[in-house]
Design a protein around this ligand. Structure first.
Ligand SMILES: Cc1cc2nc3c(=O)[nH]c(=O)nc-3n(C[C@H](O)[C@H](O)[C@H](O)COP(=O)(O)O)c2cc1C
Length: 349
Protein backbone atom coordinates (compact mmCIF):
# COMPACT_ATOMS: atom_id res chain seq x y z
CA UNK A 1 0.00 0.00 0.00
CA UNK A 2 1.31 3.43 -0.86
CA UNK A 3 2.48 5.66 2.00
CA UNK A 4 0.02 8.37 0.89
CA UNK A 5 -2.98 6.06 0.94
CA UNK A 6 -2.13 4.64 4.36
CA UNK A 7 -1.68 8.15 5.80
CA UNK A 8 -5.02 9.21 4.19
CA UNK A 9 -6.72 6.23 5.87
CA UNK A 10 -5.39 7.15 9.32
CA UNK A 11 -6.48 10.79 8.92
CA UNK A 12 -9.93 9.96 7.50
CA UNK A 13 -10.60 7.35 10.22
CA UNK A 14 -9.47 9.72 12.98
CA UNK A 15 -11.45 12.74 11.75
CA UNK A 16 -14.47 11.71 9.66
CA UNK A 17 -17.69 9.75 10.12
CA UNK A 18 -16.43 6.41 8.77
CA UNK A 19 -18.91 4.04 10.38
CA UNK A 20 -21.87 2.23 8.82
CA UNK A 21 -24.78 4.64 8.32
CA UNK A 22 -27.85 2.39 8.09
CA UNK A 23 -26.54 -1.01 9.23
CA UNK A 24 -25.77 -1.79 12.88
CA UNK A 25 -23.87 -4.71 14.41
CA UNK A 26 -27.25 -6.22 15.52
CA UNK A 27 -25.75 -6.66 18.98
CA UNK A 28 -28.79 -4.65 20.14
CA UNK A 29 -30.84 -7.76 19.29
CA UNK A 30 -28.84 -9.80 21.83
CA UNK A 31 -30.39 -9.37 25.27
CA UNK A 32 -28.45 -10.56 28.30
CA UNK A 33 -30.57 -11.71 31.24
CA UNK A 34 -30.23 -9.62 34.40
CA UNK A 35 -29.41 -11.51 37.62
CA UNK A 36 -30.84 -9.42 40.48
CA UNK A 37 -29.11 -11.68 43.02
CA UNK A 38 -25.66 -12.03 41.51
CA UNK A 39 -23.86 -14.08 44.19
CA UNK A 40 -20.58 -12.68 42.80
CA UNK A 41 -18.08 -10.21 44.26
CA UNK A 42 -16.92 -7.58 41.71
CA UNK A 43 -13.32 -7.76 42.94
CA UNK A 44 -13.18 -11.52 42.47
CA UNK A 45 -14.38 -11.52 38.86
CA UNK A 46 -11.73 -13.04 36.58
CA UNK A 47 -11.49 -11.96 32.94
CA UNK A 48 -8.54 -14.28 32.24
CA UNK A 49 -8.43 -16.44 29.13
CA UNK A 50 -5.97 -17.74 26.50
CA UNK A 51 -5.39 -16.77 22.87
CA UNK A 52 -2.81 -17.95 20.30
CA UNK A 53 -1.21 -20.15 22.96
CA UNK A 54 -0.68 -17.35 25.51
CA UNK A 55 -2.55 -16.18 28.61
CA UNK A 56 -4.59 -12.95 28.45
CA UNK A 57 -5.72 -10.96 31.49
CA UNK A 58 -8.81 -9.79 29.56
CA UNK A 59 -10.48 -11.29 26.47
CA UNK A 60 -9.64 -8.34 24.23
CA UNK A 61 -7.57 -7.56 21.16
CA UNK A 62 -6.53 -4.32 19.50
CA UNK A 63 -7.14 -5.31 15.88
CA UNK A 64 -4.98 -4.23 12.93
CA UNK A 65 -4.63 -0.48 12.38
CA UNK A 66 -1.32 0.55 10.85
CA UNK A 67 2.29 0.04 9.88
CA UNK A 68 4.83 1.04 7.29
CA UNK A 69 4.38 4.82 7.60
CA UNK A 70 6.11 7.34 9.86
CA UNK A 71 2.94 7.95 11.91
CA UNK A 72 2.67 4.22 12.65
CA UNK A 73 5.98 4.02 14.55
CA UNK A 74 4.76 5.83 17.68
CA UNK A 75 1.26 4.38 17.31
CA UNK A 76 2.37 0.74 17.20
CA UNK A 77 4.97 1.22 19.94
CA UNK A 78 2.43 2.82 22.29
CA UNK A 79 -0.42 0.41 21.48
CA UNK A 80 1.93 -2.54 22.04
CA UNK A 81 2.83 -1.05 25.46
CA UNK A 82 -0.85 -0.59 26.30
CA UNK A 83 -1.63 -4.18 25.27
CA UNK A 84 1.30 -5.45 27.37
CA UNK A 85 0.18 -3.44 30.42
CA UNK A 86 -3.38 -4.77 30.18
CA UNK A 87 -2.43 -8.32 29.14
CA UNK A 88 -4.45 -8.27 25.90
CA UNK A 89 -3.61 -9.21 22.29
CA UNK A 90 -2.29 -6.81 19.64
CA UNK A 91 -2.66 -6.91 15.85
CA UNK A 92 -0.27 -4.95 13.62
CA UNK A 93 -1.46 -3.28 10.41
CA UNK A 94 -0.71 -4.60 6.93
CA UNK A 95 2.93 -5.60 6.38
CA UNK A 96 2.69 -5.06 2.63
CA UNK A 97 5.51 -2.46 2.76
CA UNK A 98 7.73 -5.10 4.44
CA UNK A 99 6.83 -7.72 1.86
CA UNK A 100 8.10 -5.34 -0.83
CA UNK A 101 11.12 -4.21 1.19
CA UNK A 102 12.20 -6.19 4.32
CA UNK A 103 14.07 -3.05 5.43
CA UNK A 104 10.67 -1.48 6.28
CA UNK A 105 10.54 -3.45 9.54
CA UNK A 106 10.76 -0.38 11.84
CA UNK A 107 7.11 0.29 12.70
CA UNK A 108 6.36 -3.44 13.10
CA UNK A 109 9.23 -4.32 15.45
CA UNK A 110 7.29 -3.94 18.70
CA UNK A 111 8.09 -7.22 20.50
CA UNK A 112 10.57 -5.50 22.84
CA UNK A 113 7.70 -3.33 24.18
CA UNK A 114 5.35 -6.29 24.62
CA UNK A 115 7.29 -9.42 25.55
CA UNK A 116 4.39 -11.46 26.95
CA UNK A 117 1.30 -10.90 24.83
CA UNK A 118 0.11 -12.41 21.52
CA UNK A 119 1.19 -10.18 18.63
CA UNK A 120 -0.10 -10.83 15.11
CA UNK A 121 1.40 -9.74 11.81
CA UNK A 122 -0.93 -8.83 8.92
CA UNK A 123 -1.19 -9.18 5.17
CA UNK A 124 -4.00 -9.09 2.57
CA UNK A 125 -4.98 -12.43 1.06
CA UNK A 126 -4.31 -11.20 -2.49
CA UNK A 127 -0.80 -10.05 -1.55
CA UNK A 128 -0.10 -13.38 0.15
CA UNK A 129 -1.35 -15.15 -3.01
CA UNK A 130 1.06 -13.20 -5.20
CA UNK A 131 4.09 -13.59 -2.90
CA UNK A 132 6.62 -16.38 -2.29
CA UNK A 133 5.26 -18.34 0.76
CA UNK A 134 8.72 -18.20 2.38
CA UNK A 135 8.58 -14.37 2.26
CA UNK A 136 5.09 -14.41 3.82
CA UNK A 137 6.31 -16.70 6.64
CA UNK A 138 9.22 -14.32 7.27
CA UNK A 139 6.71 -11.52 8.04
CA UNK A 140 6.00 -13.44 11.26
CA UNK A 141 9.45 -14.70 12.23
CA UNK A 142 11.29 -11.43 11.54
CA UNK A 143 9.18 -9.55 14.11
CA UNK A 144 8.86 -12.48 16.55
CA UNK A 145 5.05 -12.47 16.19
CA UNK A 146 2.78 -15.28 17.38
CA UNK A 147 0.92 -15.54 14.11
CA UNK A 148 -0.26 -13.84 10.93
CA UNK A 149 -3.66 -12.26 10.33
CA UNK A 150 -4.56 -12.67 6.66
CA UNK A 151 -7.15 -10.03 5.86
CA UNK A 152 -10.09 -10.14 3.46
CA UNK A 153 -11.43 -6.86 2.04
CA UNK A 154 -13.13 -7.41 -1.35
CA UNK A 155 -15.73 -4.64 -0.81
CA UNK A 156 -12.97 -2.11 -0.08
CA UNK A 157 -10.83 -3.17 -3.04
CA UNK A 158 -13.86 -2.95 -5.36
CA UNK A 159 -14.49 0.60 -4.23
CA UNK A 160 -10.86 1.69 -4.60
CA UNK A 161 -9.96 3.10 -7.99
CA UNK A 162 -6.49 1.51 -7.76
CA UNK A 163 -7.82 -1.58 -5.86
CA UNK A 164 -6.68 -5.14 -6.58
CA UNK A 165 -9.68 -6.94 -8.06
CA UNK A 166 -8.20 -10.45 -8.51
CA UNK A 167 -9.68 -12.67 -5.84
CA UNK A 168 -9.01 -16.16 -7.18
CA UNK A 169 -6.88 -18.83 -5.41
CA UNK A 170 -7.84 -17.63 -1.91
CA UNK A 171 -8.45 -21.04 -0.31
CA UNK A 172 -5.44 -22.53 -2.12
CA UNK A 173 -3.18 -19.78 -0.78
CA UNK A 174 -4.49 -20.26 2.74
CA UNK A 175 -3.95 -24.00 2.53
CA UNK A 176 -0.30 -23.50 1.67
CA UNK A 177 0.10 -20.91 4.48
CA UNK A 178 -1.52 -23.13 7.13
CA UNK A 179 0.76 -26.03 6.07
CA UNK A 180 3.81 -23.82 6.47
CA UNK A 181 2.65 -22.18 9.73
CA UNK A 182 0.28 -24.64 11.48
CA UNK A 183 -1.88 -22.97 14.14
CA UNK A 184 -0.47 -19.52 13.36
CA UNK A 185 -2.77 -18.24 10.61
CA UNK A 186 -5.78 -16.16 11.59
CA UNK A 187 -8.16 -15.04 8.85
CA UNK A 188 -9.95 -11.74 9.41
CA UNK A 189 -12.46 -9.64 7.51
CA UNK A 190 -12.22 -5.88 7.80
CA UNK A 191 -15.85 -4.94 8.49
CA UNK A 192 -18.08 -7.04 6.19
CA UNK A 193 -18.26 -10.26 8.24
CA UNK A 194 -17.75 -13.95 7.41
CA UNK A 195 -20.52 -16.41 6.50
CA UNK A 196 -20.79 -20.06 7.54
CA UNK A 197 -20.04 -21.20 3.96
CA UNK A 198 -16.82 -19.18 3.78
CA UNK A 199 -15.87 -20.30 7.30
CA UNK A 200 -16.32 -23.94 6.26
CA UNK A 201 -13.95 -23.38 3.33
CA UNK A 202 -11.44 -21.76 5.68
CA UNK A 203 -11.66 -24.70 8.06
CA UNK A 204 -10.98 -27.13 5.22
CA UNK A 205 -7.97 -24.99 4.29
CA UNK A 206 -6.57 -25.58 7.80
CA UNK A 207 -7.40 -22.19 9.37
CA UNK A 208 -8.07 -22.48 13.12
CA UNK A 209 -8.54 -18.85 14.17
CA UNK A 210 -11.06 -16.42 12.72
CA UNK A 211 -11.87 -12.75 13.32
CA UNK A 212 -15.34 -12.12 11.89
CA UNK A 213 -14.89 -8.29 11.73
CA UNK A 214 -18.56 -7.88 10.89
CA UNK A 215 -20.66 -4.97 9.67
CA UNK A 216 -21.76 -2.16 11.97
CA UNK A 217 -18.47 -0.48 12.89
CA UNK A 218 -15.84 1.01 10.56
CA UNK A 219 -16.96 0.74 6.92
CA UNK A 220 -13.96 0.44 4.59
CA UNK A 221 -16.00 0.98 1.40
CA UNK A 222 -17.17 4.22 3.07
CA UNK A 223 -13.57 5.22 3.90
CA UNK A 224 -12.79 4.82 0.18
CA UNK A 225 -15.86 6.88 -0.78
CA UNK A 226 -14.74 9.64 1.59
CA UNK A 227 -11.27 9.52 0.00
CA UNK A 228 -12.84 9.95 -3.43
CA UNK A 229 -14.61 13.17 -2.36
CA UNK A 230 -17.12 14.25 -5.01
CA UNK A 231 -15.92 11.68 -7.58
CA UNK A 232 -18.90 10.26 -9.54
CA UNK A 233 -17.27 6.79 -9.18
CA UNK A 234 -18.46 6.65 -5.54
CA UNK A 235 -20.57 3.56 -4.83
CA UNK A 236 -22.48 4.64 -1.75
CA UNK A 237 -24.60 1.49 -1.48
CA UNK A 238 -21.38 -0.31 -0.54
CA UNK A 239 -21.11 1.82 2.62
CA UNK A 240 -23.59 -0.49 4.34
CA UNK A 241 -22.62 -3.82 2.77
CA UNK A 242 -21.87 -6.86 4.90
CA UNK A 243 -23.00 -9.39 7.52
CA UNK A 244 -23.62 -7.68 10.88
CA UNK A 245 -21.17 -8.73 13.60
CA UNK A 246 -23.80 -10.55 15.71
CA UNK A 247 -25.02 -12.54 12.68
CA UNK A 248 -21.48 -13.41 11.62
CA UNK A 249 -20.72 -14.75 15.11
CA UNK A 250 -23.88 -16.86 14.95
CA UNK A 251 -22.80 -18.14 11.49
CA UNK A 252 -19.27 -19.12 12.50
CA UNK A 253 -19.41 -20.10 16.19
CA UNK A 254 -20.59 -23.73 15.71
CA UNK A 255 -17.54 -24.57 13.57
CA UNK A 256 -14.97 -24.87 16.37
CA UNK A 257 -12.65 -21.97 15.50
CA UNK A 258 -10.90 -19.84 18.07
CA UNK A 259 -13.07 -16.83 17.38
CA UNK A 260 -12.55 -13.07 17.59
CA UNK A 261 -15.75 -10.99 17.64
CA UNK A 262 -15.12 -7.56 16.14
CA UNK A 263 -16.58 -4.86 13.93
CA UNK A 264 -18.34 -2.07 15.86
CA UNK A 265 -17.34 -3.16 19.38
CA UNK A 266 -17.48 0.09 21.32
CA UNK A 267 -17.83 -0.84 25.02
CA UNK A 268 -17.71 -3.70 27.50
CA UNK A 269 -21.36 -4.62 26.92
CA UNK A 270 -20.66 -5.15 23.19
CA UNK A 271 -17.61 -7.24 24.12
CA UNK A 272 -19.63 -9.36 26.58
CA UNK A 273 -22.31 -9.98 23.93
CA UNK A 274 -19.64 -11.20 21.49
CA UNK A 275 -18.45 -13.75 24.05
CA UNK A 276 -22.00 -14.87 24.75
CA UNK A 277 -22.43 -15.41 20.98
CA UNK A 278 -19.37 -17.70 20.89
CA UNK A 279 -16.35 -15.39 20.55
CA UNK A 280 -13.25 -16.12 22.66
CA UNK A 281 -11.92 -12.57 22.37
CA UNK A 282 -13.52 -9.23 21.36
CA UNK A 283 -11.57 -6.89 19.07
CA UNK A 284 -11.56 -3.11 18.61
CA UNK A 285 -9.80 -0.86 16.11
CA UNK A 286 -11.46 2.56 15.55
CA UNK A 287 -12.15 3.48 19.21
CA UNK A 288 -8.53 2.69 20.15
CA UNK A 289 -7.15 4.72 17.21
CA UNK A 290 -9.35 7.72 18.11
CA UNK A 291 -8.50 7.52 21.82
CA UNK A 292 -4.79 7.41 20.87
CA UNK A 293 -5.13 10.39 18.49
CA UNK A 294 -6.80 12.41 21.27
CA UNK A 295 -4.71 11.35 24.24
CA UNK A 296 -1.70 9.27 23.12
CA UNK A 297 -0.64 6.26 25.24
CA UNK A 298 -2.77 7.39 28.23
CA UNK A 299 -5.82 7.91 26.00
CA UNK A 300 -5.65 4.41 24.52
CA UNK A 301 -4.96 2.90 27.96
CA UNK A 302 -7.99 4.62 29.54
CA UNK A 303 -10.24 3.63 26.62
CA UNK A 304 -9.40 -0.06 27.05
CA UNK A 305 -9.43 0.07 30.87
CA UNK A 306 -13.00 1.42 30.59
CA UNK A 307 -13.97 -1.48 28.28
CA UNK A 308 -12.56 -3.99 30.80
CA UNK A 309 -14.35 -2.31 33.73
CA UNK A 310 -17.63 -2.35 31.76
CA UNK A 311 -17.14 -5.99 30.85
CA UNK A 312 -16.69 -6.85 34.54
CA UNK A 313 -19.81 -4.85 35.43
CA UNK A 314 -21.82 -6.81 32.83
CA UNK A 315 -20.42 -10.07 34.23
CA UNK A 316 -21.62 -9.08 37.70
CA UNK A 317 -25.06 -8.15 36.37
CA UNK A 318 -25.54 -11.53 34.68
CA UNK A 319 -24.14 -13.30 37.76
CA UNK A 320 -20.97 -14.89 36.36
CA UNK A 321 -17.51 -14.92 37.89
CA UNK A 322 -15.32 -15.92 34.97
CA UNK A 323 -15.12 -16.04 31.16
CA UNK A 324 -16.16 -19.72 30.73
CA UNK A 325 -19.35 -18.96 32.73
CA UNK A 326 -20.02 -15.82 30.62
CA UNK A 327 -19.68 -17.92 27.46
CA UNK A 328 -22.35 -20.30 28.81
CA UNK A 329 -24.87 -17.47 29.38
CA UNK A 330 -28.05 -18.01 27.35
CA UNK A 331 -29.08 -14.70 25.72
CA UNK A 332 -32.49 -13.80 24.31
CA UNK A 333 -32.26 -13.15 20.57
CA UNK A 334 -34.78 -10.72 19.10
CA UNK A 335 -35.59 -8.66 16.01
CA UNK A 336 -33.67 -8.87 12.75
CA UNK A 337 -31.06 -11.22 14.21
CA UNK A 338 -33.84 -13.69 15.08
CA UNK A 339 -35.19 -13.40 11.49
CA UNK A 340 -31.69 -13.97 10.09
CA UNK A 341 -31.25 -17.09 12.25
CA UNK A 342 -34.68 -18.48 11.26
CA UNK A 343 -34.04 -17.86 7.59
CA UNK A 344 -30.49 -19.20 7.51
CA UNK A 345 -31.33 -22.25 9.71
CA UNK A 346 -33.94 -23.33 7.13
CA UNK A 347 -31.40 -23.00 4.30
CA UNK A 348 -28.62 -24.79 6.18
CA UNK A 349 -30.70 -27.91 7.04
C1 LIG B 1 -7.15 3.25 10.42
C2 LIG B 1 -7.43 1.79 10.28
C3 LIG B 1 -6.55 1.01 9.54
C4 LIG B 1 -6.78 -0.37 9.36
N1 LIG B 1 -5.85 -1.13 8.70
C5 LIG B 1 -6.01 -2.46 8.65
C6 LIG B 1 -4.99 -3.31 8.11
O1 LIG B 1 -3.93 -2.84 7.69
N2 LIG B 1 -5.21 -4.64 8.07
C7 LIG B 1 -6.38 -5.20 8.55
O2 LIG B 1 -6.53 -6.42 8.55
N3 LIG B 1 -7.36 -4.42 9.05
C8 LIG B 1 -7.21 -3.08 9.13
N4 LIG B 1 -8.19 -2.31 9.69
C9 LIG B 1 -9.50 -2.94 10.04
C10 LIG B 1 -9.66 -3.23 11.52
O3 LIG B 1 -8.67 -4.13 11.98
C11 LIG B 1 -11.07 -3.78 11.83
O4 LIG B 1 -11.23 -5.07 11.27
C12 LIG B 1 -12.21 -2.89 11.32
O5 LIG B 1 -11.85 -1.52 11.39
C13 LIG B 1 -13.49 -3.11 12.11
O6 LIG B 1 -13.33 -2.85 13.49
P1 LIG B 1 -13.79 -1.45 14.18
O7 LIG B 1 -15.26 -1.24 13.86
O8 LIG B 1 -13.53 -1.65 15.64
O9 LIG B 1 -12.94 -0.36 13.60
C14 LIG B 1 -7.97 -0.96 9.91
C15 LIG B 1 -8.85 -0.16 10.66
C16 LIG B 1 -8.60 1.19 10.86
C17 LIG B 1 -9.58 2.01 11.68
Amino acid sequence: MSQGRKTDHLRICAEMDVEFQRQSTWLEHVQLVHAAVAEVSFDEISTETRFMGKPLRAPLMITAISGGVKAAEGLNRDLAKVAQKLGIAFGLGSQRPMLQDPGMIGSYAVRRYAPDIPILGNIALQQAAAADPADVARLVTSIDADGLAVHLNPAQELNQTEGDKRFQDGFKTLKSLTRRMPGKVMVKETGCGISREVAQGLKTAGVRTLDVAGAGGTSWPRVENLRKGADPARREWLDDWGIPTAASLWETSPLGFTLVGSGGIRNGLDAAKCLVLGADVAGLALPVLRAYMRGGYDGALTCLQDVIAELKAVMLLVGVQDIPALKRHQPVITGQLREWINNRSRKQK
